[in-house]
Design a protein around this ligand. Structure first.
Ligand code: NAD
Length: 979
């Protein structure tokens, strides 16, 4: 087929002509249709005028279904709308101030408005209740694709429920639809019949463990879940469309789609997204596959619905943004993909290729696809136009006028999950970039609306306007000579096949050499002596030199990252992501401290007095003992050692007896990068010998310790003694345990809260000082939360950490396992055991480490040992509090003050938590583990530590001593002036 080029002016002319006709036809539609109602709605008009109001209103809409009384509705409205910067329409100001009866009336008005808005976009709570609307659409000449709205699938139980709902749709809808009158345009294209019933499937709903890190496993699970659905679709002639969700699942979805089509001969459809930079490659891949296999499948070409998420997520992770960042590029990609897909439309029945459906509300995009179809000599029936139910009424009418096949994507579902969908639609409709808003509400010129996205920006630049470039780096930290700002080392994106393969190969190759050296008291004595001798030379080096060595070490760790992760997987039993994050954190510590150190040593001028020069700077403390734990065996060890070294102290590193190999690898990296052997010494050995030796030695000026409360308190005690010959007071930087709580209130997004609590409690088998060991849930959502959490936890894979499928690996030692199991027994006496996951038989022997599976308890009271003591294993207590205030009180009832979290969508609760939830590191609406250097300083107070925060701007102050100098610069009555 002759393939139209972009310079093809004829095609461009045809596109504009069709576009103009569609615009004219659309504008002839009179008011009274939905879209006109939407645009004239007072709330929406105000939202479009005031962005601050819009954010608060949409946030309120998001939480609205969780509110059960008009009083709650009123309270939340007041909370949301009385925010600084929000201006309100007069009637709302009155409503918010109202009391008594008027207050109820106001709340009810708002509630009705929101329900009515939802009703415009969502056809019913299930397929049956949506039937009248589906029939109505059909009569108006519009086909449908039903989409099930639902909560995120967090457990196998929920996945099975989704599977049943899909089967139900496929089994009931065709019978109903068969009774509807014939509609020639909707029922056939040039290749043959088009199924009346069309169902869209979200793959993430069919398995709680859809994660590309375990590509093969995810594929197998999804294929198994889909098989009965697809067989039913084949038997009943239902088209099943695989929706495309987040980019992370894209490759998995493509692969799954192909495999499913090869296994079951069902009428198949797949969505492809033009906002992805990979859009054309994705289209080429599916076309080649369809031609190779002789399969006919329908491609629904869309722009993509997760743009904000993709940009924000990629920026947060430090990954390349997978989507086009300018709207126009997406539109252009859409047209290029249309070209490709139209060229692959089969000419004859039975020929392999792709049928095309375009899902867009952009007249230019639709007109272009119609023009390309016409140019290709295909009949108009070769193209299906798809739109979202409840949007674009004028465009719908214009498309119907042309007797095109039109299908609406019709969501059905309950109010709670429906809200996320509703908010997305509201955002879309009210966005500056909304084509519908520009085309039919803001009345942009036709020339602008129909302009080619391929043209360079300029006078004819198309409205809607381009998205801003949002790619930002983390804020710059103190420059390191060369002025490069600090950025976190990005974690691996395991959805990328090359990343997975490289990682797997690296950890396969790793051998963990046994560290046999053990320092005894005498060897330690000597080592400390060497350290003391090396001190002056290292101390007096320029801080920039020391910083550059750290930066070089970071580069080396980066080069070795997969190998180092492999050592931790084998030595400490970390799973893939945990091990990778540990290496990244180590790299970050080197880079971050290298930058923050420089300012400490540069004399700062204080005061501005003529004749007086006041300056302050710092000096190192001396010989430092670094005593580290096994649970972040690289990150914490590197963090403490790097902090000591960059500030000019010499360091003796004593790793945990459980994880010496990774600590040795760290020391080797620092030596290789330029830290002299006497300045950094590796002193493995038992805590009772080497640890105590370091703490008591009168030549050691500083102890940097991270570990348990018992050992930490012992060190603090010992360090206060000042033996003969010790000419200083020992400084101890001491980070200890935690007993961390996450509060979940009635407004929380439970989809997120369940997964975050699960991850915070059972990630690395709960062996993190930051782990969640208490989930304090308010009564209103307690039962639902507990059930979902238990089922979700049951779905975790307990496995060999070498295998990417493993969510939970072993615990560190037999002694640790015994201690954790003792607490399980205590828990059985104090509360109710809701779940004890099972360890697969033979796993511990195979891995060579002990396992304790996740346990969940309920009915635990604040005074119970399970609510008070650090367990350091996968044991979670879910506690029921009467209300938010009680939850906050309980959360604070611990002498540990390390991390804490709150899940709430109520502004005043978040504010109160900020003020009153007294922990070192507080996290709102996210998990409580995984602090990032430079962004979330980490460390606690009271019995969690001496109030230092690693990875924060003040950390290095604990490794230095302050000095100041005042010079009288006046000589015989004159002095240099101030510059
Ligand atoms: P641990 O206290 O048993 O050991 C920590 C280090 O101290 C090890 O190197 C150990 O050999 C050494 N040591 C043991 N006895 C000693 C002694 N008498 N004198 C000097 N040193 C001695 O802790 P662990 O089991 O390795 O780690 C788990 C603990 O660490 C948990 O309590 C956890 O909460 C805590 N932790 C805290 C943080 C934090 O940042 N607050 C981070 C990680 C771990």
């Amino acid at each position: 087929m002759a393939f139209p080029q972009r310079s093809d002016t004829q095609l461009e002319r045809l596109t504009r002509q069709i576009g103009q006709e569609l615009l004219d036809q659309g504008r002839q539609q009179r008011a009274g249709l939905f879209s006109s109602r939407f645009w004239s709605d007072q709330l929406m008009t105000w939202a479009m005028r005031d962005p601050a109001f819009k954010i608060q209103l949409f946030r309120f809409v998001d939480v609205f279904p969780m509110l059960h009384s008009s009083r709650q509705v009123h309270d939340y409205l007041v909370d949301y709308l009385n925010q600084p910067g929000v201006t309100l329409p007069g009637w709302m100001q009155l409503g918010l101030k109202a009391g008594g009866l008027a207050k109820g009336v106001f709340s009810a008005t708002i509630a009705n408005r929101i329900s009515a808005l939802a009703g415009n976009f969502i056809a019913g709570t299930d397929a049956r209740s949506a039937l009248p609307k589906l029939r109505g659409l059909w009569k108006a000449g519009i086909a449908f694709s039903v989409d099930l709205l639902g909560e995120a699938c967090v457990s196998d139980e929920e996945a099975r429920a989704y599977q049943r709902r899909y089967l139900d749709l496929i089994e009931t809808l065709p019978g109903e639809a068969a009774s509807w009158p014939p509609a020639a345009v909707l029922e056939a294209d040039h290749l043959g019949p088009v199924p009346r019933t069309n169902v869209s499937i979200k793959l993430s709903s069919l398995s709680p463990r859809t994660d590309a890190i375990d590509f093969a496993g995810s594929l197998a699970r999804l294929q198994e879940a889909l098989r009965p659905v697809l067989e039913a679709a084949r038997d009943r002639g239902v088209l099943v469309n695989f929706d495309m969700e987040q980019h992370a699942a894209k490759d998995l979805t493509l692969e799954l789609f192909e495999r499913c089509c090869e296994a079951v001969d069902f009428p198949a459809g797949l969505a492809l997204q033009a906002y992805l930079r990979s859009g054309e490659d994705d289209a080429r891949r599916i076309i080649a596959w369809a031609k190779r296999t002789g399969r006919q499948v329908t491609i629904r070409l869309v722009k993509g619905a997760y743009w904000d998420y993709e940009v924000i997520h990629a920026e947060r992770m430090g990954w390349t943004v997978p989507v086009w960042t300018r709207k126009r590029d997406t539109d252009a990609c859409f047209e290029r993909m249309t070209d490709l897909l139209v060229s692959a439309v089969p000419r004859r029945p039975g020929e392999g290729g792709t049928r095309l459906a375009v899902g867009s509300h952009n007249v230019r995009s639709i007109a272009h696809s119609l023009a390309v179809v016409e140019r290709a000599g295909l009949p108009p029936s070769a193209l299906e136009v798809q739109m979202l139910y409840g949007m674009a009424d004028r465009l719908t009418a214009a498309v119907l006028d042309r007797r095109l096949r039109l299908r609406q994507y019709v969501p059905v579902g309950a109010m709670i999950p429906g809200m996320a969908y509703l908010v997305r639609r509201l955002l879309e409709n009210t966005s500056n970039q909304s084509w519908l808003r520009a085309g039919f509400f803001d009345s942009a010129s036709d020339e602008e609306l129909l302009a080619s996205p391929h043209e360079p920006a300029g006078a004819a630049a198309p409205r809607p306007v381009d998205a801003p470039e949002r790619h930002q780096l983390s804020p710059a930290v103190e420059g390191l000579g060369d002025g490069r700002p600090f950025v976190n080392a990005p974690h691996h994106d395991f959805s990328s096949r090359p990343v997975r393969e490289h990682f797997a190969a690296a950890i396969r190759r790793v051998v963990v050499p046994a560290v046999t050296a053990r320092f005894d008291a005498a060897a330690l004595e000597e080592a400390i002596g060497r350290s003391a001798v090396a001190l002056p030379g290292w101390r007096d080096r320029d801080v920039l030199e020391r910083s550059r060595i750290l930066v070089a070490a970071a580069a080396l760790l980066r080069r070795r990252r997969d190998e180092l992760a492999g050592i931790m997987i084998r030595e400490a039993g970390k799973t893939w992501r945990e091990a990778d994050a540990d290496v990244c954190e180590a790299i970050d510590f080197c880079e971050y401290y290298a930058r923050t150190a420089v300012a400490l040593f540069r004399p700062r001028r204080l005061g501005r007095f003529v004749g007086e020069l006041d300056e302050a700077w710092c000096q190192p403390r001396g010989v430092a003992g670094v005593i580290s734990p096994w649970n972040f065996p690289l990150a914490i060890c590197t963090g403490m050692a790097a902090a000591a070294l960059v500030t000019g102290n010499t360091a003796l590193v004593k790793p945990s007896a459980e994880t010496p190999a990774i600590a040795l690898a760290m020391c080797e990296s620092l030596w290789e990068s330029g830290v002299p052997g006497e300045v950094l010494q590796f002193v493995p050995g038992p805590g009772s010998v080497v640890g105590t030796g370091l703490v008591r030695d009168p030549r050691v000026a500083l102890i940097a310790f991270t570990g348990s409360k018992e050992v930490g308190l012992g060190i603090l005690r010992a360090a206060t003694e000042t033996p003969q010959g010790q000419g200083f007071v020992k400084k101890v930087v001491c980070e200890m345990g935690g007993k961390n709580a996450i509060i979940v209130d009635e407004s929380a997004d439970l989809d997120e809260a369940v997964l975050a609590v699960r991850q915070s409690a059972f990630g690395y088998s709960g062996q993190k000082c930051s782990a969640c060991s208490r989930a304090i849930v308010v009564a209103g959502v307690f039962e639902v939360f507990l059930r979902r959490l238990v089922e979700s936890t049951r779905s975790l894979v307990i496995g060999d950490p070498v295998d990417p499928a493993a969510d939970v690996g072993p615990v560190i030692s037999d002694a640790a396992a015994r201690k954790i199991l003792d607490y399980v027994e205590i828990g059985k006496g104090e509360g109710r055991l809701e779940l004890a996951c099972e360890v697969p038989a033979g796993l511990a022997d195979k891995v060579g480490k002990p396992y304790v599976a996740p346990h969940v308890f309920s009915a635990i009271e604040p005074h119970h040992r399970l609510a008070q003591e650090e367990i350091f294993g996968p044991v979670l207590s879910v506690m029921r509090a009467a209300d938010f205030d009680e939850a906050l009180r309980w959360a604070n009832q611990s002498s540990y003050k390390l991390t804490g979290g709150v899940f709430s969508r109520r502004p005043s609760h978040l504010e109160k938590a900020r003020r009153e939830f007294r922990v070192g590191s507080l996290y709102l609406n996210r998990g409580i583990t995984g602090a990032l250097v430079g962004r979330q300083p980490f460390g606690g107070f009271r019995l969690s530590g001496t109030g230092t925060q690693a990875g924060g701007p003040e950390y290095l102050l604990h490794f230095v001593e302050p000095r100041a100098c005042c010079e009288n610069t006046m000589r015989h009555g004159f002095a240099p002036g101030l510059e």
